[in-house]
Design a protein. Structure first.
Length: 408
């Protein structure tokens, strides 16, 4: 049976688009009868963007500006303002979305964005009640209230037990909460990568056998990378660095000009992050859900920072790293030298790397199965629908994580 699916994303940060494109890719390869479309919500709601009306800067671009300039300490104060604006524009948002669904009928709508899930669900309930609505959290946990989860949310796919328990606490039952084994990642991170690490390091101007750290702060980089490099240059740690600066050319040039006692390789924006992770031994960066997940996929222990400048929705990520002992969490990168020296102690590194290697994330391939179950369940709930086969399937569906039942 052909199924029509729309994945809703926006470009505030890079993770939402990445998750949408990754899901579209795997669904099209594994579910060839599915018609999968992407909807950039920012473009649909452009005329409702209050920030653009006042300043000419779109909300998503304003958010990216905060990230690019390291002004993340402002986010706890700006977040309530954003949420108030979203609530104030709720009715016109629902109306615009309702018109869109009338013109683009779907069997299932999947959201990989926060803030707008109440409006998405309400617009579908009013104009397309036969459409199932699913929210996939691309953060390790929710940041309530009114961030990822709403009381109106229909189906929720969570990547950690913490997020699933938050859903239950909000009143959602086990028939509507699915637990994946992690965050959605690009399919390329699951593809075998055959390379000679020593030779590839040498090709980049690095030493073949020296401990190698990968420093990455998202698609826009961060000037923190300069400070980290300078501080590590003052240590006696036997290391070298791969520094990925994203689209920040000013940062890239500054790092290339910086003289260090150890070898380093500086790169701008790259779609080959998996390649550089394969060459590294450990990771240094911000506590983003994507970066942590990708590093652990390559068994890299992480060194991250968590303080008042950390994005509120990413603070639990740091707690998770501490709980799982997959890295070192600092209150400030001013202590990066001590952290690297500690990590490179043979016993510490062996323990952290073993914990990183024990994390098995197959969320990208679990979610298509969840969506099959959701479609069957939703179809069976529509009065008068012809769903004999789907009912048989839905009767066997239980809310579960891969390989077992979901703990209460």
């Amino acid at each position: 049976m052909d199924r029509r699916l729309t994945i809703v994303f926006f470009d505030a940060g890079g993770g939402h688009r990445s998750a949408a494109e990754a899901l579209k890719s795997v669904l099209e390869s594994r579910k060839p009868t599915w018609d999968v479309a992407l909807l950039n919500l920012q473009e649909l709601l452009e005329r409702l963007d209050l920030l653009k009306k006042a300043t000419g800067i779109r909300i998503q671009d304003g958010y990216n500006l905060l990230l690019r300039n390291g002004w993340t300490q402002l986010t706890p104060y700006l977040l309530p303002v954003l949420q108030t604006a979203v609530r104030w524009q709720h009715r016109p948002t629902v109306d615009l979305l309702g018109c869109y669904w009338k013109d683009h009928p779907r069997d299932l709508v999947l959201s990989v964005i926060p803030h707008f899930n109440r409006a998405l669900r309400e617009s579908l309930r009013l104009t397309s009640p036969g459409t199932a609505f699913v929210t996939v959290l691309t953060d390790f946990a929710d940041y309530p209230p009114h961030f990822w989860m709403e009381r109106e949310s229909e189906y929720l796919i969570c990547g950690t037990e913490r997020a699933a328990q938050q859903a239950f606490g909000l009143g959602h039952d086990r028939q509507h909460v699915f637990l994946a084994s992690g965050m959605v990642m690009n399919p390329v991170f699951y593809q075998p990568l055959e390379l000679d690490r020593s030779r590839e390091r040498e090709r980049l101007g690095l030493e073949r056998n020296r401990s190698t750290g990968l420093v990455l702060f998202g698609g826009h980089g961060s000037r923190t990378m300069l400070d980290i490099t300078r501080r590590l240059d003052d240590t006696k740690a036997d290391l070298q660095l791969i520094l990925i600066c994203g689209r920040n050319q000013k940062l890239r040039h500054a790092l290339e000009r910086l003289r260090t006692r150890f070898p380093k390789f500086v790169e701008g924006f790259s779609s080959e992050i998996h390649y550089y992770m394969a060459l590294a031994d450990f990771f240094i960066g911000k506590p983003g859900p994507g970066s942590i997940s990708e590093a652990l996929k390559f068994h890299l222990p992480v060194i991250i920072e968590s303080n008042r400048g950390t994005l509120p929705q990413e603070r639990y990520n740091a707690q998770w790293v501490s709980e799982t002992a997959t890295g070192i969490v600092l209150t400030s990168f001013r202590r990066i030298s001590q952290a690297v020296e500690k990590m490179l102690e043979p016993s510490t590194f062996a323990r952290l790397r073993a914990n990183a290697a024990s994390y098995h994330n197959r969320a990208l391939f679990e979610i298509p199965r969840f969506l099959d179950e959701i479609c069957a369940r939703h179809q069976s709930s529509i009065p008068g629908a012809n769903h004999t086969a789907d009912q048989a399937m839905a009767g066997q569906v239980v809310v579960r994580q891969a390989g077992g039942s979901l703990p209460g």
